[in-house]
Design a protein around this ligand. Sequence first.
Ligand SMILES: Cc1ncc(COP(=O)(O)O)c(C=O)c1O
Length: 387
Amino acid sequence: MTDFNIVPNRRNLSNSNKWIKYSKNVLPMWLADMDFQSPAPILKTLHKAVEHGVMGYEFPTPALKQTVAARMDKLYGWKVRPEMVTAVTGIVSGLSVAARIACTPKRGVLVQTPVYNEFHEVKNNIGVPQLNAPFVKKVNGNILSYEIDWDIFEKQVKKAGMFLLCNPHNPLGIIFSRNDLLRMAELCIRNNVLIVSDEIHSELLLDGNKFTPMAQLSAEIAKNTITLIAPSKTFNVPGLFCGFAIITDKELHERYEREVSRLSLHVGSMGLLAAQTAFSGNCDGWLIELRRYLKGNRDFLVEYVTEHMPEVRLTIPAATYLSWLDFTQTKIEGSPFEFFLKNANVAASEGRIFGREGEGHIRLNFGTSHKLLEQGLERMRKALKKI
Ligand SMILES: Cc1ncc(COP(=O)(O)O)c(C=O)c1O
């Protein structure tokens, strides 16, 4: 049994960006990594490599690709040939490579806002237009949910070269339904738009929810989709920068590999080793416990906010360790991120970085100990009360 109540000191004993960005008295609840140690089998693999002591060049082995393919089969019954798997130096690099292939100054990148801030950088990095399809926001009491606006999606997809899907969604915690995925895919295929499905959070499922990879829905959709997965969020190894692109169409796969090779996007050996262990199944017991703990934190957060900050609206994420809070109905003037940093010593993620719809919102990372989560919420409650 892992005790997730115990979290290592990250401020003094590591160079964690999350923990060193703000001053000592600030509780960091922003960047998307968790405060927990990675599962023991991964740490053991890495220790062994360090003890061996030679840090030479290593590349993705056929065994690693086989492990990734086997995981897709085990989790979803999705049959992936190992040679369809390409290692990438993280998912952000992976989606930038896709954009270099699929987008042009006339055919941009379609995103569903508010969405992960790095999605907003593609337009700058590749020099292509960004097309937004904002969600429709629904409010029930203090609980928020978001739905696809199909009219906007349909209008925007016509101008796109690539649709960058975030599923499960950061920061909204949505797991898209099969029907929604089919409808999005159908519109993309009809308009000759490549689907790039960022599924980095796909194993961080709460409430026993199920996940279906976009590319598994049909052979036709698979042919038009690049799937991006990684062990980084699930097993808390994001600093090792290792992810995978799965591309079933041979020609598209070759183009993608050529681009990866041209950019020399080599994954470090520690990342490859961690991925091999993470996807081998040896950490799945740990993952079951982690999900249970995260669900406990999510439930606590929703209950706490509902009871003590009733004017604050929030999502109930179905996946991820990220929640989305709306302060537009509170007395906070200006950015709630600034407000809580200044008045509560809590550093959340500024909602605005996820898109214009994020104004007046923050994203809160609950991938930490119950104690630290409670401390953060207490600080926020007190600051709000003082206005
Ligand atoms: C949806 C999504 N994609 C990609 C990433 C980052 O991936 P990487 O660090 O592998 O580039 C994150 C991190 O928060 C994320 O939430």
